[in-house]
Design a protein around this ligand. Structure first.
Ligand code: ADQ
Length: 465
């Protein structure tokens, strides 16, 4: 079996197999893949160094070898806080208004990708499969090729791929996308993002695309395919059977004193549609004064990317909005929104999901959205809650039995809350069962096995075909 070299911006190995820590399912899944295939997980340590040396800090933790490098402050500014999170993230989430183009971000991004390629070189042996993750490393495959790496290299993009008419607003977009065509395999979350990518390759680069979605360009052959990511179903549902989950569920229910609970759990990010969600909830309270005091919204939103101004702005906006809504509707014994800015262990989150009658997952744009799947997985089969899901999340293509909404449509989301509260138990069970089966079937293990098998099947490498 080929070894696997996983490359992602950050490296995070769960403390013990099956442990329900605060890490996401992705870390758990990649760790399991690395245990099975042997190999190395390589990325940024998260630490700064005054001068970049490319020194690899190799560690063996819980059966997985990790290799990390430190980056210079300028690298972090230009590559991570700059091009990755001020340019690509907003653009790929259709937010041209928030997209910042700075020449030095672009050059810093390329420089850091080259640094990663140089540092990765000694880790890669001839038969290894190299699996690169996400928008931080779009040109990394090409940098590795330039340094003589002939291995199979795949990229999985965790976020959406924007429509061509948006992408062409990015200076040097052609250079960026051309550099991606040195991968053997490019994976997307959904057919929608895949089609957008193929459209760009055909229309802007003049590439030829086969019926099986193989792209031919300047003698290169790249397979493009959708691999919808899932949650670590086994790990999540096992953890959810424990005492921490039951206790969290009981605590939340007791504190709600018989009121219906609506839950939102999101990284604090403008793509998650939190401001629009609060507006829709406000609308529901205003339009349904008779029901208003029988409901609470628990929004858990740990801050992220705090050095980026648009993230500071959304944080302020949400604090103000929460204040207004609570001020307008609260009384001495009831506050309509509980807004919490911290992370929780996943087993505890599972308990909060289970306690909630409604899961409100309304991103304006999201590659997949694992919270929607976690909410479904955590429900009590005998009395499941209702998922209200944005049609603009990748997950909406699989979870078609959710109440699908347009998150920009305040009335529609408000009405969906009313519909969910009134839904019969029989219908809740029917909808939940279909979604549960999908979450169980298309889990993170299937995702990574499918990707690795497809990468392995990309038998030909440039020069050989
Ligand atoms: P994210 O944008 O981070 O991921 P998401 O898929 O929802 O979005 O995953 C978030 C994860 O963080 C979930 O597992 C959730 O439980 C966890 N989390 C959120 N708030 C938490 C809290 N307060 N405490 C503890 N854990 C918390 C990106 C893309 C997504 C894509 C994933 C995976 O933006 O579209 O689904 O990668 O590919």
């Amino acid at each position: 079996m080929s070894r696997l070299i996983v490359i992602s911006n950050r490296v995070s190995v769960p403390k013990a197999q099956g442990a329900a820590g605060a890490q996401g399912g992705l870390a758990v899944a990649l760790t399991a893949a690395l245990r099975e295939h042997k190999g190395i997980w390589f990325g940024w340590s998260g630490k700064e160094t005054e001068t970049f040396t490319g020194h690899l800090d190799m560690q063996r933790r819980d059966g997985v070898t990790t290799a990390t490098i430190d980056l210079e402050p300028q690298d972090i500014d230009e590559y991570y806080n700059g091009y990755a999170n001020r340019t690509l993230w907003p653009l790929f989430h259709y937010r041209i208004d928030l997209t910042e183009y700075e020449r030095h971000f672009g050059s810093g991004y390329e420089r850091v990708n080259e640094r990663f390629a140089d540092a990765a070189l000694p880790l890669i042996e001839p038969d290894d499969l190299v699996w690169v993750h996400d928008y931080h490393f779009l040109p990394l495959g090409s940098q590795l090729r330039a340094k003589g790496i002939k291995n199979r290299i795949g990229l999985f993009l965790h976020i959406p791929w924007p429509p061509t008419r948006l992408l062409v607003s990015l200076p040097y977009h052609e250079r960026l996308v051309r550099s991606m065509l040195d991968y053997d395999l490019i994976g997307f979350q959904t057919e929608e993002w895949l089609e957008s990518f193929l459209h760009y390759a055909e229309k802007e680069l003049g590439a030829k695309v086969d019926a099986d979605k193989t792209i031919h360009f300047e003698g290169r052959k790249v397979k493009a395919k959708a691999f919808p990511i899932g949650i670590d179903f086994e790990e999540f549902t096992t953890a959810a059977k424990g005492g921490l989950t039951a206790d969290a569920c009981d605590r939340l229910r007791a504190s709600a004193r018989g009121r219906k609970i609506v839950i939102g759990v999101d990284r604090l990010d403008y793509s998650k549609g939190l401001a629009e969600r609060f507006d829709a909830y406000d609308r529901f309270l205003t339009d349904n004064p008779d029901m208003a005091k029988d409901i609470i919204l628990l929004q858990i939103a740990p801050p992220s990317r705090e050095l980026v101004a648009s993230y500071q702005n959304i944080r302020e906006e949400l604090e103000t909005k929460t204040g207004h809504i609570n001020g307008a509707h609260a009384d001495v014994a009831w506050v309509p929104i509980r807004y919490v800015n911290r992370g929780y262990p996943r087993a505890e989150l599972a308990g909060f999901y289970r306690a909630a009658d409604i899961g409100l997952v309304t991103p304006l744009r999201d590659g997949m959205n694992l919270v929607a799947k976690e909410y479904v997985a955590a429900q009590d089969p005998e009395d499941p809650g209702v998922l209200i899901l944005s049609r603009f999340a990748g997950a909406a293509l699989q979870l078609t039995d959710a109440l699908l909404v347009n998150p920009h449509n305040t009335e529609q989301v408000s009405e969906a809350i009313g519909e969910a509260l009134a839904m019969s138990k029989a219908e809740r069970k029917r909808r939940w069962k279909a979604m549960f089966e999908s979450v169980q079937r298309e889990d993170v293990v299937k995702w990574r096995e499918d990707f690795v098998a497809e990468l392995f099947a990309c038998g030909t490498v440039p020069g050989e075909s």
